[in-house]
Design a binder for this molecule. Structure first.
Ligand code: SF4
Length: 220
């Protein structure tokens, strides 16, 4: 198969996967709780190596005490650390949250910027976090969010042979309509949690089994 027809085949497959996942998971919403773009940015930083459920347990008290970028920028760092401790890597996360909020106050007038390049200047913000914030806070599909579920499922489904998230994102973007970039990620995350688990994928009840080269094989 030539490179062009292989890409066409992959694109067709990606669209079919998306159609099925849209039927299975009609509501694709971000499971982090937030009221403002700054709060979404903070929640996304906290979600690294942690479940959204756990993050949602700590953010109400955090945002109650420090509701915006200015409050977090001026906070006593030990107070932030205490409030986010149960999400793991709390010292680093507190440092990044405060560093990002200081930059937002000093360079962007207290508002989370809407440009990918500017977001990537903030401490603790890589493409995954920037994509989540742009898509859910501003409705901007700047890229495909690649977390551990998106990476694993895209690989198992044969849509990428890469494992580096930036390279996986580069493989996925041409396969999907831009308006579907974020909802692809959300639905793959749902499917990763519900069916295609890292250790024991439930291939026997997977609606993607006939499209999946990894069916009945545990690969990562
Ligand atoms: S068939 Fe199995 S490996 Fe493939 S996506 Fe479904 S659960 Fe995952």
């Amino acid at each position: 198969m030539s490179g062009t027809s292989r890409r066409g085949f992959k694109r067709q497959k990606a669209l079919e996967i998306l159609t099925r996942l849209k039927r299975l998971y009609p509501d694709a919403i971000c499971s982090l709780k937030y009221d403002t773009p700054v709060q979404l940015l903070v929640a996304t930083i906290l979600s690294a190596q942690c479940t959204d459920e756990r993050v949602n347990k700590v953010t109400p008290a955090l945002f109650d005490r420090f509701p915006d970028a200015a409050a977090l920028a001026g906070a006593d760092i030990s107070e932030i650390e205490t409030l986010v401790r149960s999400t793991g890597f709390y010292r680093n996360k507190a440092k990044n949250i405060q560093g990002a909020c200081r930059a937002i106050v000093e360079k962007f007038g207290g508002q989370v910027p809407k440009q990918m390049e500017q977001l990537l200047e903030l401490p603790g913000v890589a493409r995954k976090t920037a994509n989540v914030v742009l898509a859910h806070a501003y409705g901007i599909n700047a890229g495909v969010t690649v977390d551990t579920h998106v990476k694993r499922l895209s690989y198992r489904l044969g849509l990428t042979s890469q494992t580096n998230p930036v390279k996986v994102e580069r493989d996925l973007m041409p396969l999907l309509p831009q308006e579907d970039w974020e909802n692809w990620s959300i639905r793959l995350i749902y499917h990763g949690r519900a069916v295609c688990a890292a250790r024991k994928p439930a291939c026997d009840r997977c609606i993607l089994a006939d499209l999946c080269p990894s069916v009945d094989r545990t690969v990562s």
